[in-house]
Structures are given as structure tokens and as C-alpha cells.
Write a protein that binds this ligand. Structure first.
Ligand code: NG6
Ligand code: CA
Length: 510
């Protein structure tokens, strides 16, 4: 081989490197901190007076604090699907609250935020709650578990499969259960118990936390869960250490990847049930475990921010903080959330809560922060978490084709108030249309209130139409009075959502 050929080959491989994978140093890191069931009124930056969240407050007062930002959905799996893929979850029939054994609901060919960023040379990681399914059918928890986060764009994953109240109660790192003893294999079932294994229903004497509804299957650390699990003793997590453990993994991730652009999805488990504050935080809020884990989450966020600062990354990192759905008090355990609530209003001035089509279901705290790049601001623009994908694409110069995601980068950066014109909101398979200040909920069958969790769901035989600017608490249904507006919104809803937007009830415009 002559010299010219060798050097041109070297150049070509260098060029291939740069084109495909070489990190673009000017590209900022992106961190999404996602809480679980944190309500609009749950932190002091959003008006809470009965507990204090100083770290979140400091970020909120130096960043953009959104007052009208939404998760796509009022439950976890669909919201997580929406934020990661930029696609409305009601387009995917499997995007409902999943059991721990559910298969992966993201198509491995689908665009996702991490996949898009990976193509530009970012390193991508997830630490925390996954809840979008794993594998393609029956998962063998004792083998490498795939596909999962690593197959939809994450270079690194350290996750719990579903929720803290669902089995398997183990951490999974890059597809492998952490600390698994091959001599004590894990078995998981959501249909029947394994012989001889105690359950919450049959063995109340073994419980340290009492179940209220559901949550009466396998017992792990004294807490009865959803689903049955056998084996895997050495791999089981310690609930009271989960927050610290995820924090440490998130910090380690940052330290390991500080020299390349990275995307970190830090999906915290608080304040979802079971609420298990570390002993250091027990009593921290005076509101019982639910308040205590919010204070704990705030502390974790403060510690995480310190790491970014110590590593000199704050000026080059865009941070988004939000929640996957609105608040719930009793979500299946007796844990004093109701009894010790006092004057705290988890949904702030909003009606409803988790599972609800009313505002508190999807309107959640949403803060963007970027030291030196974002000016402090309160924004009333209507935005949705699905818009992050197209907006991040704009930020880093990536091409993307996710149709539901709108580029709202200027809004997220606090430079514009031009939010969305319309937004379809979802709560347990029902959908509603938001347009400007108006919210239209079509009639849905089903109970007005879920009496187990004591939350108004938004179901009614009548159309509902609210002007949220004048009536944030959704007390005045204007559907009868504002016939024209209702008809106009219903037509728009059908054009966006399709005729068959519900299989619970076929509707016609009367
Ligand atoms: C419900 C659970 C609830 C919670 C929720 C998922 C019962 C009775 N209730 O089915 O406790 O786990 O699913 O929450 O089992 S989410 O935030 O992940 O969507
Ligand atoms: Ca949730």
C-alpha cells in the first residue's frame, strides 16, 4: 500500500468517525428528571405551603416555571411513552398501565429522544422507573432481558421494570437483573401465586404496610405488591434505599460521561406508592410518608444538581423537570396520605387527580433550567411533554419525523409564549380536547368518582366545556350555554382523534 492510499484511508475513517459518532462538543447535555405522581400543587414553587421543596424552588425561580404544561396522560405508562417517543399514547393500544411482565410497547424501529441523540454522538442513559414493558412475550428474568431500554436508544440503563408496587422488585442493569443468584432463580406471574409463597391477602401478620385495595399479592420487605414473585432473594431491592440508589447511579452516570454530550433520563419513583422514605426523611414533612418522599425527592434533585455543578456542567446542560401524571393520596395502601394531609392541596387549585380527565390529571409541574441560557420566567404557554422530542431535535440540529411532537424550543427556553393551539389529553383510554383556554370533554360512561382513590374521573353523560382561564377549578360547565363553541371543538376533536375515539360509547353531536 502506498503512503497516499494509507493516509486517505486514515482520513476516510476519521471522517466516518466524525460524521457518525464523534461527539459534537457544542451540543448541550440534556437531562430529563421525571417524578412519579407528583401533583401540580405538591411543591412550594407551585404554591404548596405545608411542605417545603427548596431545591426545586431554587431551580424553578432561576428557570422557566410553566403553569400550563401537561403530561400526555393521567397515568404512567402512556405518559412515559409520550415523552420518550413524541407520539400520542392513544395511538398505541398497548400504552396503558402495564403489569411487570408486559412486553416492550415501543417499536424498536421507532424514533425516541435517546435514539435521535445517539445518532448525533450523544451517550444516552436511563436511571429509574421504566414501565414501558420488556421483552417480546414471556420474560425469563434469569437471562439477558431484551428488547428493553437499550434497544430503543439508551446506551446505559439501570431500571426497575414497572412500578415500586409491582413485581419483580429488582433492579435491571443493561438487561440483567442486578445481584441475581443463579441458584435462586426469579419467577414472576400476574395470574397465580407460587405454591407455599405468602401473600398480602393470606398473611397479614407479615406486613409492615397494610393494603387498602389491590396490592395483596407477594410480600417483599413487608410490603404487599401487585403480582406474584418467587426467588431472587439476593436481587430484591430495599425500598427505603431506592431513592439514594437511583441518585447515586444518576450521579455516577454524569461523572462517567461528562466529557461527551449526554442525555440522561432520571426517572424518580417518588411519590408513587409504596411511599418508603429513607429513615433520614421520616417525619420530614409532617404530612406522613407521601410528604416525606416529596421532601426526599427534592433533596435528591439538589444533590444531583450539585454533581452537575461540581463537574462544571451546569452551563452546558439543559434540564427539564416534570411529573408523569397528577396526584393521588390513597393509591392502594394505608399510609397516612389522607389522614395527615391537613391543608396541603396536591393538585393545587385544579380539579381531579391521577386517572382523571380533569386538569389535575395531566397538568403537572414543569420546569426548564439552563444556567446562563434561560432567564427566570413564569410561562403560561400551553405545552406538552410530547413536544420535547421535536424541541430537542431543534436544539441539537437533529432531523426527526415524530408527527405529534411540536417544536416549542423557544417556549421551553422562555423566549416565546406561543404554546400549542390544541392538545389531546388522555386519562385511562378516554381523551379530551384542549384548545386555547378551552377544555372539552365528551360524554363518557363510567363512574364519576373512583371511590377507591377518591378522585373525580371526569366522566359524565353530558358534554363538558370549561374556560380554564376564568375557571381553573372547572366548576362551570358551559357546554349548554356555548353550543357553537362546543360543536366547533367536537368537530376538531373528531378530526384530530378520529370517529372511533372511544369504544366505551358511540357519540353523536346532538
Ligand atoms: C393501579 C394501581 C395503583 C398504581 C397504578 C399505576 C391498584 C388497585 N392500583 O392499577 O396503585 O400502581 O396502577 O400507577 O392496583 S402509575 O403511576 O404507574 O400509572
Ligand atoms: Ca405515575
Amino acid at each position: 500500500m502506498n503512503k497516499i492510499l494509507i493516509s486517505s484511508l486514515a482520513l476516510a475513517s476519521l471522517a466516518a468517525c466524525i460524521g457518525e459518532k464523534a461527539p459534537h462538543k457544542q451540543n448541550p447535555n440534556v437531562v430529563v428528571i421525571y417524578l412519579d405522581d407528583l401533583g401540580f400543587g405538591d411543591i412550594s414553587a407551585y404554591g404548596a405551603t405545608e411542605l417545603s421543596t427548596p431545591n426545586l424552588d431554587a431551580i424553578a425561580s432561576s428557570g422557566v416555571r410553566f403553569t400550563d404544561a401537561h403530561a400526555t396522560s393521567a397515568t404512567c405508562t402512556p405518559s412515559r411513552y409520550g415523552i420518550i417517543t413524541g407520539v400520542y399514547p392513544w395511538r398505541n393500544k398497548d400504552a396503558n398501565i402495564l403489569p411487570g411482565t408486559a412486553p416492550l410497547i415501543i417499536d424498536t424501529a421507532q424514533v425516541t429522544i435517546p435514539k435521535m441523540l445517539k445518532k448525533l454522538g450523544y451517550h444516552t442513559g436511563i436511571v429509574g422507573k421504566w414501565h414501558m414493558g420488556l421483552g417480546t412475550g414471556v420474560v425469563d428474568w434469569n437471562q439477558h432481558i431484551s428488547p428493553g431500554p437499550n434497544e430503543v436508544g439508551f446506551d446505559y440503563s439501570y431500571i426497575m421494570a414497572a412500578t415500586q408496587d409491582r413485581v419483580p422488585t429488582v433492579y435491571i442493569e443493561n438487561g440483567n437483573v442486578v445481584n441475581l443468584d443463579p441458584n435462586d432463580p426469579i419467577e414472576v406471574s400476574y395470574s397465580s401465586n407460587f405454591e407455599g409463597e405468602p401473600t398480602g391477602r393470606d398473611n397479614p401478620e407479615l406486613l409492615t404496610m397494610k393494603w387498602h385495595h389491590g396490592h395483596n399479592n407477594s410480600i417483599v420487605n413487608g410490603i404487599p405488591r401487585i403480582g406474584f414473585m418467587k426467588g431472587g432473594e439476593s436481587a430484591k431491592w430495599t425500598d427505603t434505599e431506592m431513592a439514594g440508589n437511583f441518585l447515586e447511579k444518576a450521579q455516577t452516570y454524569v461523572k462517567l460521561h461528562k466529557d461527551e454530550p449526554f442525555f440522561l433520563y432520571y426517572a424518580m419513583q417518588q411519590p408513587h406508592v409504596p411511599r418508603t422514605p429513607n429513615p433520614r426523611f421520616v417525619g420530614a414533612s409532617g404530612l406522613g410518608p407521601r410528604g416525606d418522599v416529596i421532601v426526599e425527592a427534592d433533596w435528591c434533585i439538589g444533590e444531583f444538581m450539585k454533581t452537575l455543578e461540581e463537574e462544571g456542567l451546569l452551563e452546558n446542560t439543559w434540564i427539564v423537570i416534570s411529573s408523569d401524571n397528577g396526584p393521588v393520596l390513597n393509591d392502594g395502601y394505608y399510609d397516612d396520605a389522607v389522614e395527615k394531609l391537613g391543608n396541603h392541596k396536591p393538585g393545587g387549585p385544579l380539579r381531579g387527580g391521577k386517572y382523571s380527565l380533569f386538569e389535575a390529571g395531566t397538568r403537572v409541574p414543569f420546569i426548564t433550567y439552563w444556567k446562563g441560557k434561560i432567564e427566570p420566567k413564569v410561562s403560561d404557554a400551553l405545552v406538552c411533554q410530547i413536544d420535547l422530542l421535536a424541541s430537542i431535535a431543534d436544539l441539537v440540529g437533529a432531523s426527526q419525523t415524530a408527527t405529534d411532537s411540536q417544536n416549542k424550543l423557544d417556549v421551553f427556553m422562555g423566549k416565546s409564549e406561543e404554546g400549542r393551539e390544541t392538545l389531546i389529553l388522555e386519562a385511562t383510554s378516554r381523551t379530551a380536547l384542549r384548545e386555547g383556554d378551552w377544555l372539552m370533554i365528551p360524554p363518557y360512561e363510567g363512574p364519576a368518582v373512583n371511590t377507591m382513590v377518591n378522585i373525580e374521573l371526569g366522566n359524565s353523560e353530558e358534554f363538558q366545556l370549561y374556560n380554564l382561564k376564568e375557571d381553573i377549578g372547572q366548576q362551570n360547565n358551559l357546554a349548554q350555554e356555548m353550543r357553537e363553541k362546543l360543536d366547533e371543538m367536537m368537530s376538531k376533536f373528531i378530526s384530530l382523534r378520529g370517529e372511533n375515539y372511544t369504544n366505551t360509547k358511540q357519540l353523536e353531536l346532538k
